[in-house]
Design a protein around this ligand. Structure first.
Ligand code: ATR
Length: 283
């Protein structure tokens, strides 16, 4: 019988994950199914238990359950511990192992799909919520020159910077101050090679107002969100001099590829899947 996987979320009907994993499974000849399951807002843990009892082998977790999934797991990967959130569950009997592949997906999309090397680069991360937290450690692991976290509420950015400076410094790879923080006004006069939007501003149809001059020549603007056309953030970034713009569709596919390889032990080819999703999005 095919092995079962799923993604839990609420809402979940428009998730692209079943289509992505169906393509991965077909391309790698894996005998598995992957479905989208709606968990009640107050019933995530019960939904996971029911899926395990029904023979489920693993699951992805999306909004709004990633933090609850983190608390549910008996064992956590190091990157999930840093993220404080889990997007991938692996079931070993009744034990639940939690991982987070979001940051790896972002880094892989930027470095491999977009061919943009991160070592030595000045990175600006916009936002200090769950989405931002999830990608900080994987970004630091690429040994950038610096990481500046800017958030509308600067105290949240400062707390994150303090926490991740603690992690980075004992490893000897970073100078004190390499992880810095402020608000959108603090970044005036600075310039960056990579600017990542990890805020949820576009969900409410808003864009982020950035000071002029923050995009260095050759810089990349990356929006972790995606949509049919160019996102409001990327439109703003292009107007302000970003040399290249990319949305988060590649991150979505790469975090899925990472989860798939954890479950199945096979690394799926992702570029054709990304191309197919892009074509469907534009249609
Ligand atoms: P997520 O899990 O998507 O990160 P979150 O934890 O609620 O969601 O965090 C949302 C992030 O987007 C926060 O950094 C938030 O800024 P505040 O901490 O100041 O609230 C940011 N954000 C949301 N709407 C925004 C807007 N219109 N302009 C700027 N930042 C915004």
């Amino acid at each position: 019988m095919s092995e079962r996987y799923c993604v839990f979320g609420n809402p979940i009907a428009h998730s692209k994950s079943p289509a992505i994993h169906a393509l991965f499974a077909a391309n790698t000849a894996q005998d598995m199914t992957y479905e989208a399951l709606l968990a009640p807002v107050d019933g995530f843990a019960a939904s996971v238990r029911a899926f395990i009892e029904a023979g489920g082998r693993g699951a992805n977790v999306t909004v709004p359950f990633k933090e609850e999934a983190f608390r549910l797991c008996k064992q956590l990967s190091e990157r999930a511990q840093h993220a404080g959130a889990v997007n991938t569950l692996i079931f070993r009997g009744i034990e639940i192992f939690g991982d987070n592949t979001d940051g790896a997906g972002l880094v892989r999309d930027i470095t491999q799909n977009l061919g943009f090397a991160l070592a030595g680069k000045r990175i600006l991360l916009l936002g200090a919520g769950g989405a931002a937290r999830g990608v900080i450690k994987p970004l630091l692991d690429t040994r950038p020159d610096s990481l500046f976290i800017a958030n509308r509420s600067p105290e949240k950015a400062a707390a994150l910077a303090a926490e991740f400076s603690e992690i980075a410094i004992p490893q000897g790879d970073f100078l004190r101050g390499a992880v810095d923080a402020g608000n959108m006004a603090t970044i005036a006069g600075k310039s960056f090679d990579l600017v990542i939007n990890a805020t949820s501003a576009s969900l409410s149809g808003e864009t982020i107002l950035l000071p002029a001059g923050i995009f260095s020549p050759g810089s990349l603007a990356y929006d972790m969100m995606y949509g049919k056309g160019e996102t409001p953030f990327l439109q703003t970034a292009r107007g302000q001099g970003a040399a290249r713009c990319a949305d988060g569709l590649g991150m979505l596919v790469e975090q899925a590829a990472e989860a798939f390889s954890l479950w199945r032990g096979v690394v799926p080819e992702s570029s054709s899947v990304l191309a197919e999703l892009r074509a469907n999005l534009a249609a």
